[in-house]
Design a protein around this ligand. Structure first.
Ligand SMILES: [Zn+2]
Length: 494
């Protein structure tokens, strides 16, 4: 029976953020499972919307013997510490060495991991794996749409295939697609040609959303480039919050004829460059955004969803800045909801005090981000949970959330969800598991840039993206880069 080793390691590194990813960040569960090895790894990811779950499905359909290695992920933040990278890399390679011989490897990687001692975390991991298995073993990997793809990754992986949606609702589908390609390759081995090109301008994070132009059209038309000769073509928007040489968008393609592969790369890269002026999105300064939300509700009702994009834990935000909460309170919003604010101290206080208790609080601003303060207020404890629930939206579908002790507070006329972890509010269950129906509210503020859209768009009469303090800087032109390629253009948001 064909033996396929599978594993994964996901981290999106915002080098402009403060908090670093240490080993416990990967070992513990949050939105995704904690670090897993062996048979337990298969059980923990099988029914979750992850690339590796799609890969498992494809391998089972093809009757392969699945050899689990290691899977882990940490919430996006600053650099992966040298200690974490080296320890996890050693565990990964130990698992691989004891699994050999295998016929091929599938890897569920992100593509924007930056370590304290290596700019290209995935490239380094792939090189180490190559060093063990030799040049000819097929290594197929899926990458996140926000991958900053490098020549080193392309060199050491046989094939890289990349999500086509942001919000990432095709993670499992991408894992399935690339693993099907792997199985076909093992049945009929042929020389695979590679094509790779980096695009020479940065795509701001918010503008990579595939529900809006220009990515909506670019990704919808991408499959038109696929042929029998070029069965894999991908476009990564890149992750502009990494100050590294290889930051930015890129195109990869794989097939059986080098000229055809090169043509696919040129066409797609040309299509992307032609849309460069269109990568913009309106982002409201927070006070203006909240005023606009009030105006919309007074005129036409409905539910306005407010995205606190710069404190999005999915992009490396600490999840604990209070700029949006403060503006909501100061402008007197009623029937309003905000979450999830990362404040373990407040969540624990609420649990100790119990439902119905009144508290004097200092909320948020504890992550040590320069210039960030706490918000002093009086709050009532409305509800409590242990932070364990199952996600139901398209992004986190099936994920067993473990977000630690969680509290629903009421501050003035605003309901506030607080827990002890930085989590991206991309699923209505963050609120619903506490008895709140977001669609019943006039205002719902979430700590997310784009991923919230799939689950919240259905209830939103209007979405406003606001810029409040946080480390997921929406405008690349506001950042001071030191290591990027001199020829890459920094796109301004406005
Ligand atoms: Zn992503």
């Amino acid at each position: 029976m064909t033996r396929i080793a599978i594993g994964g390691w996901q981290h999106e590194t915002n080098t402009f953020a403060t908090i670093r990813a240490d080993y416990p960040a990967f070992a513990s569960a949050d939105e995704w499972p904690g670090l897993q090895t062996g048979a337990q790894m298969i059980d923990s990811v099988r029914d979750v919307h992850l690339p590796i779950a799609g890969a498992i499905q494809a391998l089972e359909e093809n009757g392969c013997d699945i050899v689990p290695l290691l899977w882990c992920a940490a919430t996006p933040c600053s650099y992966v510490t040298e200690q974490a990278f080296e320890q996890i890399s050693a565990e990964f390679l130990d698992q691989l060495e004891s699994a050999l011989p295998v016929d091929a490897i599938y890897l569920d990687l992100h593509g924007a991991m930056v370590c304290e001692h290596h700019e290209d975390g995935e490239g380094e991991l792939l090189a180490r794996i190559r060093g063990i298995v030799g040049d000819s073993l097929p290594i197929f990997a899926s990458l996140d749409l926000h991958a900053n793809v490098t020549a080193k990754m392309v060199e050491h992986a046989t094939v890289l295939d990349i999500y086509r949606t942001y919000p990432h609702v095709d993670m499992a589908e991408t894992g399935y697609r690339v693993t099907r390609f792997l199985c076909q390759h093992l049945e009929q081995p042929r020389q695979i040609c590679k094509g790779f090109r980096q695009v020479d301008f940065l795509i701001p994070l918010n503008t990579g959303c595939t529900l809006i132009e220009p990515c909506k059209t670019l990704y919808r038309e991408l499959p038109d480039l696929l042929t029998d000769q070029v069965p894999s073509v991908s476009f990564a928007c890149g992750f502009h919050l990494s100050d590294i040489h290889d930051v930015g968008p890129s195109v990869v393609a794989y097939g059986y004829d080098q000229a055809d592969v090169d043509n696919a790369v040129s066409t797609l890269a040309g299509n992307i460059s032609a849309r460069q002026p269109d990568f913009h999105e309106k982002i409201w300064p927070v006070d203006q955004g909240i005023a606009e939300a009030k105006s919309i509700i007074s005129k036409s009702g409905g539910t306005v969803v407010i995205a606190d994009t710069q404190d999005n834990p999915g992009g490396g935000g600490a999840g604990d800045t209070i700029g949006v909460l403060r503006a909501m309170v100061e402008q007197g919003l009623e029937n309003a909801l905000i979450g999830v604010i990362n404040d373990e101290v407040v969540a624990d206080m609420a649990h100790q005090a119990g439902i119905g208790a009144a508290l004097e609080l200092e909320i948020g601003g504890r992550a040590g981000i320069a210039g960030q303060d706490t918000f002093s207020c009086r709050a009532t404890v409305v509800n409590l949970s242990d932070g364990r629930f199952t996600a139901t939206g398209p992004m986190y579908r099936g994920a067993h959330m473990e977000i630690s002790a969680t509290a629903l507070l009421k501050i003035e006329e605003i309901l506030v969800v607080v827990c002890g972890k930085a989590v991206q509010t991309a699923d209505q269950e963050f609120f619903r598991h506490l008895g709140i129906e977001p669609g019943d509210m006039d205002y719902v503020a979430v700590k997310s840039s784009v991923h919230f859209r799939n689950d919240f768009e259905q209830l939103a009469s209007k979405i406003l993206v606001v810029s409040a303090p946080g480390e997921v800087y929406a405008d690349p032109a506001a950042l001071e880069y030191h290591k990027i390629r001199p020829d890459i253009e920094i796109t301004a948001m406005a």
